[in-house]
Design a protein around this ligand. Structure first.
Ligand SMILES: Cc1cc2nc3c(=O)[nH]c(=O)nc-3n(C[C@H](O)[C@H](O)[C@H](O)COP(=O)(O)OP(=O)(O)OC[C@H]3O[C@@H](n4cnc5c(N)ncnc54)[C@H](O)[C@@H]3O)c2cc1C
Length: 434
């Protein structure tokens, strides 16, 4: 499963979520010595769906991971399926039909399926569970060499650390800290409540149809839009299951200006009755849908990385995925950005001229390239939510929303990964690293 270490340097990936796993497998397959440290006792994902757009699909393919994922899905799962936008209130009129294009193939699946595909490719000899990283430090005696500290008191020495430890990243503390300074204030943590709550559920399509759900459920994802809220329904498992994500947001409170009351958990439960109250006055299909949400529905108080990081790298430590740029989920693009990160990291670290002597410069160029790209997607995701919720630039009318919805995904999906890599190589040549 693993190839000999061709690079002479060792990498530790902290966090075995989708981005950490994708990165670790691709590095491992490129012949780089990689160890993966996961806080949980096994790999695991929340019971919800995930969509991957064409940009993420191309990155997975380039990393040699796409076939493993497609192998877990029914034939025909990879296809172009633009969103259908309906009014969430009134009679659920079609507001905008996002045109599918053959070059924009994407996939939607249960998260567990995605994870399962990746887990089958990880070298178990280099996977360590129950290893919660608590900090990273530099080894004074060997400049550049790093020590990863774990909650159980153990440590691990390595040359490179890649932090894929999610929004509550501990590795980020190292990256944002000016040498020697302590990590303290909320801003330094770069995590803020987005004033958005997400409610998720999986409902058998047959139940909805039998209950008189009027809007035709096709194999395309649909979004019901309305004042301060929207509901996304995505068919998965050949249309047998409908993945529901309902969102409710406040637009009178800027992100980062107000935290939920102290002690409020990021994830808690809300009764179905209270959820139904949240959507009082919405159309009959939304009422039907909510009747089938779990009695106790999970509520995510969606947090994001904010303010944005000034860099995704410091020394020989770099961040990827949510650790670097957790964003609002309104374009279904967060994991895709982490997969793009993993792709560039793998290509750069496996480059014939990459070595332990220049890895710091490589990680800085990785940050210089990936930061503007993923922050652009961060901004676009926030803007998309505002459009769904009637706060788009052209206002809440059907016509205004339709105009704002046009080409919404274009900058996310139409991204040239090879050009990005060439850009990085150009920077490494011009600063004489390569
Ligand atoms: C409602 C909702 C819907 C979404 N839908 C989509 C979608 O359709 N498409 C999409 O692309 N994105 C979507 N996203 C975003 C996507 O879920 C995330 O961007 C993605 O899961 C991030 O992956 P990650 O591997 O970076 O982090 P995570 O998935 O958070 O994984 C982090 C891993 O690190 C481990 N870990 C944490 N701390 C430590 C530590 N200290 N030491 C060791 N291990 C640690 C964790 O146990 C976990 O396994 C959605 C998000 C939300 C909230």
């Amino acid at each position: 499963m693993s190839t000999p270490n061709t690079k002479g340097f060792q990498v530790a990936v902290i966090g075995g979520g989708v981005c950490g796993l994708a990165c670790a497998i691709a590095l491992q397959n490129a012949g780089i010595a990689v160890e993966i440290f996961e806080a949980a006792v096994s790999f695991g994902e929340v019971g919800a769906g995930i969509g991957l757009g064409p940009n993420a699909i191309r990155a997975l393919e380039a990393m040699g991971l796409l076939n493993a994922v497609l192998g877990k899905l029914p034939p025909g799962s990879l296809s172009s399926k633009g969103f259908l936008f309906y009014s969430g209130v009134g009679n659920h009129e079609l507001v905008y039909d996002y045109p599918p294009a053959p070059e924009d193939a994407s996939i939607s699946m249960h998260r567990a399926v995605f994870l399962d595909a990746l887990v089958g490719l990880v070298d178990p000899r280099h996977t360590h569970f129950n290893k919660r990283c608590t900090s990273i430090s530099e080894l004074p005696a060997s400049p550049g060499r790093l020590v990863v500290h774990f909650q159980d008191g153990s440590t691990h020495e390595t040359d490179v650390v890649l932090g894929a430890d999610g929004i509550k990243s501990v590795v980020r503390d190292f990256v944002v800290r000016a040498s020697g300074a302590a990590v303290g204030g909320a801003n330094e943590k770069h995590v803020a409540f987005s004033n958005t709550a997400a409610y998720r559920g999986l409902i058998p399509a047959a139940l909805l149809k039998a209950a008189g759900f009027k809007t035709q459920l096709t194999d395309r994802p649909a979004c019901f839009i309305g004042p301060d809220k929207h509901v996304i329904v995505v068919p998965i498992k050949n249309g047998e299951l409908i993945n529901v994500a309902a969102f409710s947001a406040r637009y009178d409170v800027p992100i980062g200006s107000q935290d939920p009351p102290a002690g409020t958990p990021w994830v808690d439960e809300i009764s179905r009755e209270d959820l139904q109250k949240e959507f009082e006055g919405w159309g009959s299909d939304i009422a039907t849908l909510l009747r089938f949400m779990p009695e106790k529905t999970i509520r995510w108080s969606v947090h994001v990385v904010y303010p944005p990081l000034e860099s995704y790298a410091r020394g020989r430590v770099a961040l990827l995925g949510d650790a670097a740029h957790a964003m609002l989920p309104h374009l279904g693009a967060g994991a895709g950005q982490g997969i793009e990160d993993a792709f560039l990291l793998t290509r750069l670290l496996s480059h014939p001229q990459a070595s332990v002597g220049n890895v710091q410069a490589i990680l800085q160029v990785y940050s210089d390239i990936r930061r503007p790209r993923s922050q652009m997607v961060w901004d676009a995701s926030q803007r998309a939510g505002a459009v769904y919720d009637g706060h788009g630039p052209r206002g809440p009318t059907a016509q205004g929303s339709a105009e704002d919805l046009r080409d919404l995904w274009k900058p996310v999906w139409r991204h040239d990964l090879d050009a990005e890599f060439e850009d990085a190589i150009g920077k490494l040549r011009s600063n004489t690293t390569f």
